[in-house]
Design a protein around this ligand. Sequence first.
Ligand code: AMP
Ligand code: GLY
Length: 421
Amino acid sequence: MKIAILGSGGREHALTFSISKSNIVEKIYCIPGNAGTSELAENISLDTNNFKTVYEFLKNNNVDLVIIGPEDPLVNGIVDYLEKLNIKVFGPNKIASQLEGSKIFTKKLCKKYKIPTAEFGIFENVDDSNRYIDNAKHPLVIKADNLAAGKGVYICRDKKESYTAVKEIFDGKFGVAKNILFEEFLEGEEMSYFIVSDGKTFKYFGSAQDHKRVGEGDEGKNTGGMGAYSPSRLFNKELEQKIKDRIIKPTLKGINDLGTKYKGFLYAGLMIVGNEPYLIEYNVRMGDPECQTILPTLETDIIQIFQSCINEKLNEIEIKWINKKSLCVVLCSNGYPDKYKKNIIINNLEQLNLGENNYLFHAGTKKQDNKIYAVGGRVLNFISISKTYSEAKKNIYKNLEKLNWKDGFFRKDIGYKVIDK
Ligand code: AMP
Ligand code: GLY
């Protein structure tokens, strides 16, 4: 089979790696990919939001199946566009992708299907919002409705911060704002829960906890993710049953009731309070870096999973996992998540001998004249799978020391909640 993957991050390199292990795959294209994917696939430099040129490439190269990595093209309807032109594609369609594309869509669905989530209110202008803030309990969570690449969420400690958030959102900081979402602040521990669905049934696809803040001890600015571990330390059978029954099943029913189906990965961002799950947000794709963390423990041929989803036969396969702990540490460019330099050479990469059960997935890198350059904020993902988190952690930090990249930094405390000091 010929496979194409859309995207260029660590998630897409991890997907490329898993796909490359399948016996039935003869060729992989990455659109546009990164230096890491170019070792396993042919990188094709195209704009993933230009659906017409993507279609023409897939058609002209007889691609059998395309996997969509990031949320932007999904929310913009690439699946509907390609399916209409008879291209086989793995990912949710435009209606289903509103689960990530519109926070208000998801909140309304939660209300209708009684899915546990933070109490919320929706306002359409600054005056109504401010009137609400005048008497609101703080901390208060304020969110822009649209896709904001992980930004657009304010945890406001007092009224002053809340008025500022409202102003910034209605001033268009995250795109045109027709309305705004207020949420009760939930106090608990976050966990990511993943499933894969064919529209009729769904299956577990891993759990994880990530570290979103840039600084050690989970302090400082929000980032795309500085590291993760899988499985989540909160995970247990009783909790999983609640997540499936109260959150996943009613959500998929809600999508069915709209006259369509949810096909693809679904990522539930949860707040666990006691052993009770609350939905914070949905993402209609795998997480990054959760995907890099989870996929090395997947035993089943990933192409078999994609095909059974497309053919609506997911119930006929078993998804098998390696029973190990996985940890991922992200190496970033100095300055990230603020300004950082681009086109900085990364020496020593070729000489890096990772060792068994260790993986390196690229994110913001490019290859030029046989040299590797950092071109993004998050640059490389180091993963290790092992019997224990502490063993995995040791292996990763050994490899990061070996690489010794002076232009980057990484958090030294990834997984601190699951690793004894
Ligand atoms: P979101 O983009 O909706 O996932 O929000 C980003 C982050 O803000 C989440 O990962 C949580 O850490 C935090 N957050 C969002 N909503 C809430 C809430 N209602 N209560 C507490 N924390 C929240
Ligand atoms: N790691 C968070 C995300 O992928 O959205």
